[in-house]
Design a protein around this ligand. Sequence first.
Ligand SMILES: NC(=O)c1ccc[n+]([C@@H]2O[C@H](COP(=O)([O-])OP(=O)(O)OC[C@H]3O[C@@H](n4cnc5c(N)ncnc54)[C@H](OP(=O)(O)O)[C@@H]3O)[C@@H](O)[C@H]2O)c1
Length: 504
Amino acid sequence: MNLTQQYTAEDIQKFLVSNLAEAVELSPEEIDVKENIGNYGLDSTQAMMIIGKLEKLLGFQPSPVLLWNYPNIADLSDRLAEEYQDNSELQHIDKISNHNINTPSLLDLGAEAILDPTIQPIGNYTGSITHPQNIFVTGGTGYLAAFIIKELLLATVAKIYCLVRADNISEAKNKLVKNLENYAIWDDQYQERIIPIIGDLAEPFLGIASAEFANLAANIDTIYHSAALLNYVYPYSALKPANVLGTQEILRLACTTKTKLFHYVSSIAVFESPFYAGKVVKEQDAFNHWEGIFLGYSQTKWVAEKLVKIAGYRGLPITIYRPPLIAGDSQTGVCNPDDFLNLMIKGCFQMGYFPDVNYMLDMSPVDYVSKAIVYLSTQEKSLGKAFNLQHPQPASLKYLVEWIRSFAFHIKMIPYQEWQKHLVNNVTSPENPFYTLRPFLLERWSDEQLTVPDLYLQDKRPIISCAETLEALTGSGVVCPKIDSQLLTTYASYLIQSGFLSLS
Ligand SMILES: NC(=O)c1ccc[n+]([C@@H]2O[C@H](COP(=O)([O-])OP(=O)(O)OC[C@H]3O[C@@H](n4cnc5c(N)ncnc54)[C@H](OP(=O)(O)O)[C@@H]3O)[C@@H](O)[C@H]2O)c1
């Protein structure tokens, strides 16, 4: 008898409630099965952990794309139970695959890019571009914005108001300080300059009480909007409240009472449509094509940047910064160990195999990205422009593997299909990051039924030009460090010292 046939929708619901509650540190009673799962703030790793456990429970691979149509636990459990009634595992997988092909085409990203018509700047910007006094930053409890805050603390004397999700001010301040400490940025002398503002991107008016919103609107000069929900599993619908509607609310703040400078952290993912594959895309090029962008996260970045552009057409002074993957600090190696690239490297390391693929390490060190953003944001000629913070000389994955091998590690590069088989058959330990990343890596997308790694192979990607950005940085002293043995040694040393990578 197939044990997996015993589970009902109710069982699956209980399982999801208990695992979600554990992941987000709530009691099961606090989980609302009708609430959009995206609102619980799971990161990709947590989401993949739950999917990995669900896969074990059900005996088949539930598609993360199911969340697209069934975004809450109640509906998702009912759907999974239906899938489950079907006779064979193969039928399940076929059904889910068909789902994948059809579902994304329902979404018209062009139609999503509509900015509330009441968001209109009031006159010209009258503050200082070079010496802002009051700055509003989102994402200060995350990776990149921590380094943006560092550069702003050094380059200005401004007070920095940080949007933080928290229950009270002391929790918000602790969250900010702890994050800045983690990235070796915090210093007690910053106490007075960093001011938490409790709020949530996914709420109208950022969930900020009207008097405080009005106060911010009247006093802030410049906004750096870096916050987003980075999750490679969730569909567009789950990420839209924070990433798209949240950007709209920040634009509302930028236009209320007085016009503010608006600096938006976007992503090179806005050029992810196959339309741009193999084409050179420059900073000021239009990015009208969205068809074939499959990741919900990338879809939200495309729509959000469009909203920012619309606000720019209405007269808001905007500047857009598009990082590629953000790697560690080039001087200290400090990084976000849970980012996708680090997990991939750790996973391949533990497996003993890297896929032999034509893939460029599309990464820029976080100190370069943050320094470039802060320098460019204080230049008048940057207004209205976009900047690609792409590494000017990306290195290939093969270069990284050769570098690892030079230390006599037994790492092999094997054909991609073979690597995928290893992933399916031999990655059985939850200790390997691929254990939880498997559903994401093996999921088939697009009419061609390609996996995510397939979709990101070099010939499927655009050639991102950063020539205008480098030109704008000339004379600033901000230079993107080379991806060479020295940089990789700095990164590896940090990852080993922090216990993330083990050599045994
Ligand atoms: N990391 C990359 O490789 C990369 C590459 C290209 C572009 N980017 C862009 O760079 C920006 C920063 O990325 P990151 O790596 O620094 O991300 P991160 O470390 O995951 O930080 C995300 C930040 O956004 C906040 N946030 C998420 N949902 C929110 C909500 N509903 N309300 C208020 N704040 C919310 C988080 O707050 P909590 O602490 O409360 O969760 C956190 O402070 C993002 O816009 C991202 O799209 C990143």
